[in-house]
Design a protein around this ligand. Structure first.
Ligand SMILES: [Zn+2]
Length: 267
């Protein structure tokens, strides 16, 4: 599969990297032939399973209705259609609606880590399928998918943008095209892990931009931002602001997993 990447033309791989990548792929392939693939969450042999073993698959917490119409945060009971969570009313985001396939719990974290840092790009089609299902309402109305970009330096060290890979998988299912180069991360930001909500917002402020020559791709269009995990929402909120500033008509968000606080009640 051709993995879409967010590229920077100046970020040419060094000779060492250029050889390291196929070598790593070759070694991985050799190991795959010798050993059965393992479940990224519990390390049990996968057998015929795709992505996770049957036990972990059963433990994965898919987000189903009822949830906040705006943020997609699941409710503990059904308050009726269209009701919003306290978060959506207290601090409405720049994007219109957010949806997620699963809760970000231990199993989802193991899956995302294997995908992002463990060379498990083969998980992208499965994760993308779950996302397409969770976001079907949004993809039906979207003109294009926009992956949250990595800064070119991080892209270089990680070799692929996980959000772009997920956007490619979602696109294959729903048929909505992906704008890979439209939104740019113009500033390298510290990892959001370990930061408070206000710190996260400050960390990513002004980090994204649609270059002037790309504005025609977003002007007047309905866009769907794609990311792997939604924690505080600061990153996708900043991305949505950049797209709206560039003239987008509407921005929604679709992620693989979102952090959900233990108890949520509608107001
Ligand atoms: Zn497992």
């Amino acid at each position: 599969m051709q993995i879409p990447t967010q590229g920077d033309a100046s970020a040419k791989p060094t000779p060492t990297l250029r050889w390291a990548t196929p070598l790593r792929a070759l070694l991985r392939h050799a190991l795959d032939v010798a050993l059965p693939p393992l479940c990224p969450a519990c390390r049990a042999p996968l057998g015929d399973g795709v992505g996770l073993c049957a036990d972990c698959w059963a433990k994965l917490s898919f987000i189903e209705r009822p949830f906040c119409a705006r943020l997609g945060i699941p409710f503990t009971y059904d308050p009726g259609p269209g009701l919003l969570s306290m978060e959506a009313i207290a601090s409405p985001p720049a994007y219109d609606r957010a949806r997620a396939a699963v809760r970000y719990d231990d199993i989802a974290r193991a899956l995302v880590h294997a995908f992002k840092y463990g060379d498990r790009l083969d998980l992208a089609p499965t994760m993308g399928r779950w996302m397409a299902r969770a976001g079907s309402e949004l993809t039906q109305e979207a003109d294009a998918l926009v992956p949250v970009p990595l800064h070119w330096r991080r892209l270089w060290s990680r070799r692929f943008n996980q959000s772009a890979a997920l956007a490619g998988s979602v696109s294959q299912i729903c048929g909505v095209p992906v704008l890979y180069e439209t939104l740019k991360r113009i500033r390298a930001t510290a990892q959001q892990v370990g930061l408070s909500k206000p710190q996260r917002a400050e960390n990513v402020q002004g980090a994204f931009r649609v270059p002037p020559e790309r504005r025609a791709e977003v002007a007047g269009r309905r866009l769907l931002l794609i990311d792997d995990v939604l924690t505080s929402g600061a990153t996708v909120d900043t991305c949505a602001r950049a797209l709206l500033r560039a003239g987008a008509a509407h921005v929604d968000v679709l992620v693989f997993a979102r952090v959900v606080a233990p108890v949520r009640s509608p107001i």
